[in-house]
Design a binder for this molecule. Sequence first.
Ligand code: ADP
Ligand code: MG
Length: 566
Amino acid sequence: MVGDSLNKTGANLLIKALQENNINRMYGIVGIPVTDLARLAELRGMKYYGFRREDSAVNAAAATGYLTQKPGVALTVSAPGFLNGLTALAQATKNCFPLIMISGSSERHIIDLSQGDYEGLDQYNAAKPFCKKAYRVDRAEDMGLAVARAIRTAVSGRPGGVYLDIPADTIVQEDDADQSSLGVYKLVDPAPKQVPNDEAISRAVDLIKNAKKPLIILGKGAAYDRTEKQVQQLVAETNIPFLPMSMAKGLIPDDSPHSAAAARSLSLRNADVVIVIGARLNWMLSYGDAPQFNPHAKFVQLDIDATQFDSSQPISAPLQGDLKSILDKLVPALLATGYQAPEEWLEQIAQDTEKNDKKFAQRIANGKVAQNFGYYGAIAPIAEYFQQHPDTYLVSEGANTLDIGRDMIGMQLPRHRLDTGTWGVMGVGLGYAIAAAVETGKHVVALDGDSAFGFDGMEIETICRYKLPITVVIINNGGIYNGIGQVVPNQLGPTTLDPTARYDLMAKAFGGDNYFVSDYDEMKNVFARAVDSGRPNIINVQIAPSMGKESGHIGNLNPKLNLQPL
Ligand code: ADP
Ligand code: MG
């Protein structure tokens, strides 16, 4: 019987093993040798989403991992498909997002003798430096174990990307071992809890309870681990102010009186005890260095990965474990001391906040009526919408679009914002947006700069094909950073794109809706309608090409040359 022989193929075991572990979706692009594998996945009840570029499919799997704490799964063909996916696998690993990238490949003997296979590449070894771990399955009978290992590796400890190499031969090979369960099983406790010891907790409490100017920094690790309850309690009962990293926005609502976001510089510069929860003291936090940080600051750091401690600052109180377990011990221990953040410090932050909020509100008010339509006017309707509809997902990328949008759009719910992440990379937007729509069933806004959109714009076809409730907003200033980058008269300039491009028409081409706006009123009028429609659509927001600062808020990282003609 056909059904019977299918039952023991590597492909069938792979699908069974994923399903056994409640993984029921796959993002990918098919071709030799994985086409029938994807067909079989559909036949066995998995949902398969076909993309246009492999990196977008892998990005979707990564976002799935972040949003669900279960590894997302992406499928690619061999060599070029694999390599296209590899960038996203590396990004996900940097971001600590769990995912499994599965690629079809050539048989070992052909690769090892360099016989020159169709799309032949030693993918297994090529993947290793770019993921947490790579596995290769040469025998169908090992499939159940391989999938279990891949899942455990992706989600346990510091989460990350796993590469699973499946040779064409294994896909069709039949398991000839006599295993009643076919070697497929459900993992027991895939991400075991890791609880810090009491001594580490008291060390941290001793440090915090003497702090004059304490500050909490929340990172996307805290969002991933769903710590909202604990951090909200911690902040509410101790009054310690907090700063959310961009993807931790909403873990505690942005409009919380304890947010120090509007006094970011002042609070970092002055804090004497900094409690870092699921964030890294990397480039995004100036490595914890002065002058951005108080040179005498002491650090408490909570992280699953002990090698993260002392990466750029001495950590006075390292707390290793999963964040929930750490907070379950730390919060009650700290509350038992009756510690309260000193009034004076809160007053200092409150004053700075009030001053900055006023300036910011003025900038937005001006932006709404400015002659030259720019970022503030364009993004204001989005910020207003999110205030009223907090259960909408936001994905954002671009330079100025990302930076200004991050400051303007308040988040009220955890894990509702995905962005360029640890590498600050462009081209993640539509893959993330697709996963957010598929995994949550909610409406999604992908807020992109015109340049960022170019990296994965073809996925608008994917969005339309699956009729996903995604509104892609493209803030079009005709360039990377801006559209006025001409260097010499006879060339366009390396940062120049087409400021008159009608990106919105791409949605129309694939059956979605398209909108074009060029002032605040039009955007205000269109935005809510576009999102509420629940249909795929693009809003092309035409702003002036002169809008936009080079490198947005990270101009300090941009090496500048003295550009004079000879
Ligand atoms: P951000 O970019 O928001 O500052 P990072 O990605 O730099 O955040 O840091 C996230 C940190 O959270 C990483 O060091 C990672 O090891 C840690 N982390 C991720 N998941 C967990 C978890 N479940 N428990 C504890 N720490 C975690
Ligand atoms: Mg631009």
